[in-house]
Design a protein around this ligand. Sequence first.
Ligand SMILES: [Zn+2]
Length: 139
Amino acid sequence: MPTHTITRSYKFCAAHRLHTDQLPPDVNQKIFGKCNNANGHGHNYTVHVTVQGELNPETGLITDVDLLDRRVKELIVDRFDHQHLNCDPAFEHVVTTGENLAKLVWEILIDQIPSGRLAKIGVVETRDNFFEYIGNPQP
Ligand SMILES: [Zn+2]
């Protein structure tokens, strides 16, 4: 069945440290390398939010982009921009990997899409790291 998607991109800057208290320090260092450095480090993150839906025949649109932008700014950009991800309550017991960040963004936005449905979250962490997450659809 034919389908439409739109992907919007949003940027924020944040620090993080790849570390888990579940493992001893030497194992953390071995797994995460310099990303385990105690002082953390920063990224200029880009989040891609892909919405899939039916085309509104009157507007030719599948979602309200202005409303989507406002919600993502409020719920994602304002929450994470210039923050240390390890200090966010959602990452208290979760490693701040790009994989987990993409999953968290999905969980935050799943019931916030103005019309259409959330189809995919992408997180660009570095030039060489791009993470994607497709979670369960909204119940
Ligand atoms: Zn990093």
